[in-house]
Ligand binder design. Structure first.
Ligand code: ADP
Length: 260
């Protein structure tokens, strides 16, 4: 089924609907239908966790929201503004509202930690260097790395690099923070610190979070809603106590007990 998007308005007033909305989103890679007419939305300030087996389409959703890839069909709206379909210019504007933290940190290796945090706020948001540095120092303090401003990312541990990546995403003051398996590249002893930091951010800010994770305890702690994916569809969705405690689907139960 395809969706005729031509009659829908390009924007709806900000703040009137869910902050993130996917409607009938389909994504294919060749013959492989990775997302199949997917519908879901996330209200402002909520924390939604995407769980499910490898290859079920979770990362693709985050990549669509980051405009790293485009859907074949459907509509994506963020903060009342179209991200897809939309002009490149509109897409760039909406994209400013979204921050992402990746599995592999993706820091700029040739820049200091401070510059990693100031680069985009200066070039994309137009902040002055002083404003950007002030914000960057506050965020590095928040993530416990105030003393690392002048070092290069490669001089830091994986856990510290991931903290810098989280601070860098927050430096853009995004409305939505996307977290893609942010602890899966870390040594086991560094995982808890990064998850604790994210718990703090979830608790102490009003940022909306979409999080792909295999860390089920973390998912249970921070989520308002958990979406269980299987083969490009949402198999079931609900609050963490329901999904982890009393899921409807046997497939969900099997998956959770396999990864816990
Ligand atoms: P998950 O995050 O749930 O592990 P992904 O969203 O990464 O799943 O991938 C879903 C499916 O899409 C997989 O079958 C994967 O091989 C395929 N896929 C993802 N990215 C690409 C790509 N760039 N080219 C071809 N296939 C891709």
């Amino acid at each position: 089924m395809s969706v005729d998007t031509s009659k829908q308005p390009l924007t709806t007033p900000a703040g009137t609907g869910p902050l993130v909305r996917l409607e009938q989103v389909t994504k294919r890679f060749g013959d492989n239908t990775v997302l199949d007419h997917l519908d879901f939305s996330v209200d402002a300030g909520k924390h939604v966790t995407l769980i499910g087996p490898s290859g079920s389409g979770k990362t693709t959703i985050l990549r669509l929201l980051m405009t790293l890839t485009k859907p074949d069909e459907g509509t994506i709206t963020v903060d009342g503004e179209r991200l897809f379909p939309a002009s490149e210019k509109q897409c760039r504007e909406v994209r400013k509202k979204i921050g992402m933290v990746f599995q592999q940190f993706n820091l700029f290796p040739n820049m200091t930690v401070l510059r990693n945090l100031t680069e985009a706020p200066v070039t994309v948001l137009g902040l002055s260097k002083d404003e950007a540095e002030e914000r960057a120092r506050e965020l590095l303090d928040l993530v416990g790395l105030a003393d690392k401003c002048d070092v290069r990312p490669t001089q830091l541990s994986g856990g510290q690099q991931q903290r810098v990546a989280i601070a860098r995403a927050l430096a853009m003051r995004p409305k939505v923070l996307l977290l893609d398996e942010v602890t899966s590249a870390l040594d086991p002893e560094l995982v808890a610190g990064v998850l604790d930091l994210l718990r703090d951010i979830a608790r102490s800010t009003d940022i909306t979070m979409l999080c792909v994770t295999h860390e089920m305890n973390f998912a249970r702690d921070i989520s308002d809603q958990v979406l269980m994916f299987d083969s490009g569809r949402i198999l079931e969705a609900g609050p963490p106590e329901k999904i982890f405690g009393d899921p409807e689907q046997e497939r969900t139960r099997e998956f959770i007990s396999a990864v816990l």
